[in-house]
Design a protein around this ligand. Structure first.
Ligand code: KG4
Ligand code: ZN
Length: 344
């Protein structure tokens, strides 16, 4: 018996994603981004993102169906990001999913975006092991989670950022360095030519014994360093600053992830979210996990940033686990907690 065909819809930020998944098999992953429309503002403008989702939603679903060689009528279930994210942006995906669900007479699952960033790894590496520690690093979140038995239940938050998320720090530091938005990819690229030991930036909460993060002080330290350099009339070594900043972020994230594994006696780590695409984070995590005897899973960079396939992957897990679909009245929840995997 073939597994159900699940359509995943993602509109929590500036990417309109439509993905198709059967079990853990990725059939299509159509993404349209409105990032160019936000670039001149240096950050995502919610109203602009919502309007772009409205235009891109149906074409993205049609592209995904064409890629998979499927028809809308073949879809067995629909999963959509219910939160967290930008309220207006989420609403476009949630309304589209409900409309497809009603028209097709198929169940709709309003799912958690953060859990979907973890679930997506299964499309590349097969079923998630359990227990597993998940390090989730995106534009809005930096969290450590313990998945006890299944991602569709039992997610225990262990630590989170107390101020800026890791991706947010990348985006703000890029601005200071005159690099484009979003800042992760250009900093990653610039850092390749820089010296990570050129500037010793602070590593907040490095030794504090908690599993929380803080990146606001690091961001400010980079800004002050660049300002002082400019005030002295000296050129800013962008590659060195990018590499040194990136080293500080990767150092703290991987140190805490390994500490979480040790504290909970778990020897498996999965990393997800847009910042998981970062080359230094991936390399340092691989190095430190190997040393600590932890097996590491990180999806390929294209699956780390927001997409519809990750939502479909979590939807497929929920269907397989026999989870109840959401009611047709479920809301878009901009502050959906990570412990809530599916909206009631
Ligand atoms: O998961 P995501 O696509 O959207 C959210 O859920 O927030 O993450 C976006 C974040 C942005 O802050 C972006 O700068 C960062 O991921 N990012 C990266 C890289 N690619 C994307 N950060 C560091 N290195 C990268 N290569
Ligand atoms: Zn995301």
């Amino acid at each position: 018996m073939t597994a159900p065909l699940v359509l995943g819809i993602e509109t929590s930020c500036d990417e309109t994603g439509a993905g198709l998944v059967r079990g853990h098999e990725l059939l299509a992953d159509a993404v349209a981004s409105s990032v160019d429309e936000h670039a001149r503002f240096g950050g995502v403008v919610p109203e602009v993102a919502s309007r772009a989702h409205l235009e891109a939603m149906v074409p993205a679903v049609q592209r995904a169906l064409a890629t998979a060689g499927a028809r809308l009528a073949d879809v067995d279930a629909i999963a959509v990001t219910a939160g967290p994210g930008l309220a207006g942006a989420l609403l476009v995906g949630v309304c589209a999913a409900k409309a497809y669900g009603l028209a097709l007479g198929k169940p709709v699952y309003g799912v958690n975006h953060l859990a979907a960033h973890v679930a997506v790894d299964q499309l590349e590496h097969g079923p998630l092991p359990a227990p597993v520690i998940a390090l989730l690093v995106s534009g809005g979140h930096s969290s450590l989670l313990l998945v006890v038995e299944r991602l569709t239940a039992d997610v225990v938050p262990l630590g989170a950022t107390i101020d800026d998320a890791a991706g947010e720090a990348y985006d703000k530091v890029a601005r200071v360095l005159g690099l484009p938005f979003p800042g992760g990819p250009p900093i990653d690229a610039a850092a390749a030519a820089g010296d990570p030991a050129a500037v010793s930036f602070p590593r907040a909460k490095y030794y504090d014994g908690t599993l929380d993060f803080s990146f606001s002080g690091l961001k400010t330290a980079v800004a002050r360093w660049v300002e002082a350099r400019e005030a002295a009339g000296r050129p800013v070594p962008v590659a060195d600053v990018a590499a040194s900043f990136q080293e500080a972020v990767a150092d703290v994230l991987t140190r805490k992830a390994v500490a979480a594994c040790r504290s909970y006696g778990v020897d498996q780590l999965v990393i997800g979210g847009g910042v998981a695409a970062n080359s230094r984070l991936r390399a340092l995590a691989a190095q430190r996990c190997e040393k600590a005897g932890i097996s590491l899973r990180v999806p390929r960079p294209g699956l780390c940033t927001d997409n519809g396939a990750m939502v479909a992957a979590l939807g497929a897990d929920l269907v397989a686990a026999g989870a109840a679909p959401s009611s047709l009245a479920f809301p878009a929840d901009s502050a959906m907690p990570v412990t809530s995997i599916v909206a009631a």
